[in-house]
Ligand binder design. Structure first.
Ligand SMILES: Nc1ncnc2c1ncn2[C@@H]1O[C@H](COP(=O)(O)OP(=O)(O)OP(=O)(O)O)[C@@H](O)[C@H]1O
Ligand SMILES: [Mg+2]
Length: 342
């Protein structure tokens, strides 16, 4: 869909349950709803057009972009659609006077490195903003060090400062399990957890907390912190990417920066990925990004190696097998070294 994000302007700061001011006539066909003043309740016999509502809120654009710009992740995308549907229906219900308690939307994203957790969190923040759930829709990403102090009395102010910054948006806590140290019950992390729990409960209409990290460690963390577990409404598990998905991610990343692979380079990159996948410190899509950045470096040097040659536009865009083959991922197979720093 190529529609301009018109729902965004004039809607961003709308209170939940209110209609965007610019939802013009004709958009809400068969619905008197869109023509009424913002805060008027609809009569019982009115009807609404959800497609028009969705469009006006700019949700279609966002979900389409999510689908287009992120490879795979089918279960994640489905859940995001479900959440969007719930919030949209809640908004519309409110206009009939069917007010319901705002759903709690704290979440947990588990998965291996580079599987898209941070990326999806950013999009989630944007979505929650567009449906009017979050008033700002920004994302504040932190780890234990941002929340927990070194000395007595330092943790509470640190955690509160972070929460203050995140109000109206999403607080994304990476590797959240480091907040809890089972071997030390006087660890300051516990103090931070308690403040977080309070805010997650009492100010949940103004902040969404997303915990992220490895699945097994998160499970252990929840087992020791049932209060935290019970406040999480959505657990999303990010699967590792298949070879095909990694190759598709590479194509997407390259087209974003206006590069392309020659036919042979496509096969070489595939071979590279299939080797890299089974080596230590593989980080899914992030490893793809790194490999492509190094290939661009080599490509540039290859071209500059013959500075007087007449390089064409296509030459400037096209990566060749040699831009990948010098990687240590291939060397490792030759001389038995590991891929570190490849
Ligand atoms: N499905 C995908 N399609 C396209 N690009 C992706 C996809 N998943 C991740 N990426 C890209 O890969 C990079 C790493 O993703 P991201 O930082 O979201 O992963 P992560 O799960 O948060 O990793 P970590 O656990 O290490 O923090 C980003 O540049 C992102 O744009
Ligand atoms: Mg991340």
């Amino acid at each position: 869909m190529t529609e301009a994000p018109r729902g965004r302007s004039g809607f961003g700061m709308a209170a939940p349950g209110r209609l965007p001011a610019d939802a013009g006539p004709g958009e809400a066909e068969g619905s008197q709803a869109a023509l009424l003043p913002d805060d008027a309740l609809l009569p019982d016999d009115a009807s609404v057009n959800l497609a028009a509502e969705r469009k006006a809120a700019g949700i279609d654009d966002l979900l389409d972009a999510l689908d287009r710009e992120l490879v795979g992740l089918a279960p994640i995308k489905r859940r995001i659609q479900e959440i969007a549907a719930l919030l949209l229906v809640d908004r519309v219900r409110a206009r009939f006077g069917l007010a319901a308690a705002r759903p709690s939307l704290h979440m947990c994203f588990t998965g291996a490195p580079g599987t898209g957790k941070t990326t999806v969190a950013l999009r989630m923040a944007e979505l929650l903003h567009r449906v009017g759930y979050l008033r700002r829709g920004h994302l504040v990403a932190v780890t234990r060090d941002d929340l927990v102090g070194q000395y007595v009395g330092h943790t509470a102010p640190k955690t509160k400062e972070v929460l203050k910054r995140a109000m109206g948006g999403v607080l994304f806590i990476d590797e959240a399990y480091y907040l809890y140290r089972a071997d030390n019950e006087r660890d300051y992390g516990q103090e931070s957890i308690e403040i977080l729990l309070q805010v997650m409960e009492n100010q949940r209409d103004d902040i969404v907390v997303i915990l992220a990290g490895y699945k097994d460690r998160m499970d252990t963390f929840f087992a020791s912190n049932p209060g935290m577990s019970s406040r999480i409404a959505h657990h999303l598990d990010f699967p590792e990417y298949s070879l095909d998905e990694l190759a598709a991610i590479a194509q997407l990343m390259l087209s974003e920066v206006r590069y392309r692979l020659s036919g042979e380079a496509e096969a070489t990159l595939r071979e590279y990925l299939s080797r890299r996948m089974v080596q230590p410190r593989f980080a899914n899509a992030r490893s793809v990004r790194n490999a492509l950045e190094r290939a661009r470096l080599r490509h540039a040097n290859r071209l500059l190696g013959e500075p007087d040659r007449a390089w064409t536009k296509d030459d400037l865009m096209r990566l060749e097998p040699e831009d990948f083959l010098v990687s240590r991922v291939f060397q490792a197979a030759l001389d038995g070294r590991g891929p570190e720093g490849a």
